[in-house]
Design a protein around this ligand. Structure first.
Ligand SMILES: [Zn+2]
Length: 490
């Protein structure tokens, strides 16, 4: 069911390019070719929102939500486009990111909210995202990234440079803006956050946090960086812009550290195991009570709508998702129709005692796309071949798809098969009852270094750097008795 939504997004994204009018940009004041009317922008936000919720889930937290909405609406009022129906959401992912969709939809991940250390940092990023909306960057961007998930993966298989898109997974709607747009949004963010009373130098400081996350991540972690320019340069520029703004508009700009920290006390941190987690090359889903292996060295991305994984060469991928229909046959028929598949063979079997149906298919060329690309011949190299295992488990049906090009499929299929055949019911209580980490705000009881404070609060030495990033402090930085500080525990 999610597949149909995301594939529709692909088609919809392509359609945007055909609509164009000339209008005055609300931020720059310049006349320019604008591809979208305000009504179209709002329609895109409305259209995209359910896919974003399906792909990431919303995180419920009344106090944080109320704070975001209050600041968001205050900023909307002083923005260049106060009349848009702005909405602010917390998405349930540990990834450190924030993003905006045309029409006034702004999203913060719980990962980024955990990493802010004061209201001013939040306000700076809020201003940056609202800036993308008010400056109509989505209308102006040349390379649209409104890929559906399966579309993204298929694209990555044919173009390894897009492999990063697969790693992003939930990046299905993370619009890629140009460097110029990012710079413009940084500048707008300085103005907007200052106008609602915050010290925009804190926005610059947050780029230092981003830089540390980037430096510490051994692998290509999907975060703000993959869609944004070098955080080091942005720090210097935003800091300069903030200083200039404050020199011209002297006032008492707020930072509000303690107020903000109290808001994030108890926030879930990192992966939430109840949505599924990987440990020792095995994916476990405590709520749905199943497990299956993740081939050694594969990268993966988990979201409420699906789990996807693939080798680093980006030339194949596997996706597990709920399948539509009440029986295996119904599910197969629905998928064949939704994905426009040509079935080559199918077999009934059982996996761990669960009824299962296996079919191999090829995706037929999309007639709409063919029209645009003037009849590209379908060849084994550019045809997507899919090995689908439909497994009936606990009154639900899951589709485990293995994707590769038709030319490469025979090489890749044995791995798909071994993963699917090792699908099992999860019974281990240690996995089923796994609790998430949370951010807790503690008071420093004795002045000293940040490291000493963390150790005194029972944090392991091995996590001091990670906790330092979270607190925007270095191990040897001084903290004073009575300071509030974030720790991570169950
Ligand atoms: Zn941006």
């Amino acid at each position: 069911m999610y597949l149909s939504t995301t594939l529709r997004t692909v088609v919809f994204g392509a359609a945007l390019f055909t609509l164009s009018t000339c209008a005055r940009n609300p931020v720059s004041g310049k006349r320019e070719i604008s591809l979208m009317s305000t009504e179209q922008e709002i329609a895109i936000g409305k259209e995209s929102h359910p896919s974003i919720v399906a792909s990431m889930g919303l995180y419920e937290n009344a106090a944080l939500q109320a704070f975001m909405t209050e600041k968001g609406q205050a900023m909307a009022k002083i923005s260049h486009r106060p009349d848009l129906p702005y909405q602010f959401y917390i998405v349930d992912t540990p990834v450190v990111n924030a993003f905006a969709v045309p029409g006034g939809y702004v999203y913060f991940t719980r990962g980024i909210l955990a990493h802010f250390n004061n209201e001013a940092e939040f306000a700076g990023v809020l201003g940056h995202e609202i800036g993308h909306i008010t400056a109509k960057h989505a209308s102006r961007q040349q390379t649209k990234q409104l890929f559906g998930t399966l579309g993204t993966i298929a694209a990555a298989i044919y173009n390894p440079q897009l492999g990063q898109a697969v790693q992003q997974g939930a990046g299905l709607l993370l619009l890629k803006y140009s460097r110029d747009h990012e710079s413009e949004s940084d500048q707008i963010g300085v103005g907007y956050s200052s106008k609602i009373g915050y010290d925009a130098r804190e926005m610059a400081n947050f780029f230092q946090t981003i830089k540390r996350i980037q430096d510490n991540s051994g692998q290509a972690v999907p975060n703000m960086l993959s869609t944004h320019p070098d955080p080091g340069n942005r720090f210097a520029r935003v800091n300069q812009l903030a200083k200039e703004y404050q020199a011209q508009n002297p006032s008492n700009y707020a930072i509000n550290r303690n107020q903000y920290l109290k808001l994030v006390n108890g926030l879930v941190f990192g992966e939430d195991p109840k949505q599924g987690f990987v440990e020792n090359d095995m994916f476990y889903h405590p709520d749905l009570k199943f497990q299956f292996p993740v081939p050694n060295g594969w990268q993966y991305q988990n979201s409420p709508a699906q789990f996807q994984m693939g080798p680093k060469d980006g030339k194949s991928a596997m996706i597990l998702m709920p399948a539509p229909g009440n029986s295996l046959e119904e599910a197969a028929q629905a998928l064949v129709k939704q994905l426009n598949l040509n079935v080559l063979e199918n077999t009934r079997t059982t996996i761990d005692g669960n009824p299962a149906l296996v079919f191999i298919s090829q995706q037929k060329a999309d007639p709409q796309q063919q029209g645009q690309q003037q009849q590209t011949q379908q060849t084994a190299a550019n045809t997507l071949q899919i090995g689908t295992y439909l497994i009936q488990h606990n009154n639900a049906i899951y589709a485990l798809h293995g994707l590769a090009s038709a030319a490469d499929f025979a090489n890749r299929f044995p791995t798909f098969k071994s993963v699917a055949e090792r699908f099992r019911t999860l019974t281990d209580p240690d996995k089923i009852n796994r609790k998430p980490d949370r951010v807790y705000v503690k008071t420093v009881t004795r002045s000293g270094t940040f490291r000493e404070a963390m150790l005194a609060l029972g944090m392991p030495a091995s996590r001091v750097e990670e906790l330092g990033v979270l607190n925007s402090l270095k191990a040897d930085d001084r903290v004073a008795q009575g300071d509030l500080i974030k720790v991570i525990s169950k």
